[in-house]
Design a binder for this molecule. Structure first.
Ligand code: ADP
Ligand code: MG
Length: 228
């Protein structure tokens, strides 16, 4: 399988006295089809890595390729475009619009691609079906259970069929039953071919992933290795 994410000697240093070396020379390749968990203690650089890998932030040095595209020379606008087309992100706090329906929330996943509203809604219905929530399509997001809200957020991340989906503590705000359901869903989507990187504190989530990368002090301390 081809590489969908490549980091080469990536550093992120926040200025200050002393400067904070948040990521200190990470080399990492994620291949298409993988389900990878990134774990590590608080302060080890997980959020920084996520921000770099999703193009939300830029490294101090080193190179990053997202879906084969080197990001260093892209303007902010082109980088935002890369984010809109190549990356799906699922957050711990769901970040849904509470007064919109599940369907309309999912449709917002295509907003930055300039897809007309009618086509957005058709695609949203398909994405909701993939997460098993067709029966909730017209319910407002705030009336859904936490597990359902996270599944809506996953559908929103999937709607544009990005080559890679990142999930940041996707079960962190859920009780164990809903967390288990979301974990099962991530595995099912991966089995269908979606490449997933999940950042997690949960042993259950980490142990279920085929590949585990452990960060410590801004470095990869352990990597169970590529699986594709
Ligand atoms: P994690 O998500 O694993 O808890 P982070 O990536 O948030 O770790 O942080 C890694 C290190 O970088 C920490 O020491 C943190 O204090 C520091 N850090 C993160 N963001 C900033 C920032 N914007 N400015 C300065 N230091 C930061
Ligand atoms: Mg963090």
């Amino acid at each position: 399988m081809s590489a969908v994410l490549e980091l080469r000697d990536v550093w992120k240093v926040y200025p200050g006295s002393p400067p904070v070396e948040s990521i200190r020379g990470i080399d990492l390749t994620v291949h298409g089809g993988e389900l990878t968990a990134v774990v590590g203690p608080s302060g080890s650089g997980k959020s920084t890595l996520l921000n770099l890998a999703t193009g939300l932030d830029r490294p101090t040095s080193g190179s990053i390729r997202i879906a084969g595209e080197p990001t260093a020379r892209l303007s902010d606008r082109r980088l935002a475009g890369l984010r809109a087309y190549r990356i799906g992100v699922v957050f711990q706090q769901f970040h849904l619009l509470p007064h919109l329906s599940a369907l309309d929330n999912v449709a917002t996943g295509l907003l930055y691609r300039g897809v007309p509203a009618g086509r957005r809604r058709v695609a949203a219905a398909e994405a909701l079906d993939r997460v098993g929530l067709t029966h909730r399509a017209h319910q407002r997001a705030r009336t859904l259970s936490g597990g359902e809200q996270q599944r809506v957020a996953i559908a929103r991340a999937l709607i544009g069929q990005p080559p890679i989906v990142f999930a940041d503590e996707p079960t962190g705000n859920l009780d164990s039953a809903n967390g288990a359901e979301v974990l099962l869903l991530l595995h099912r989507l991966n089995a269908d071919g979606t490449t997933i990187v999940v950042i997690t504190h949960s042993d259950e989530v980490a142990e279920a992933a085929r590949r585990r990368i452990t960060l410590r002090d801004g470095l990869v301390a352990h990597d169970t290795g590529s699986t594709s």
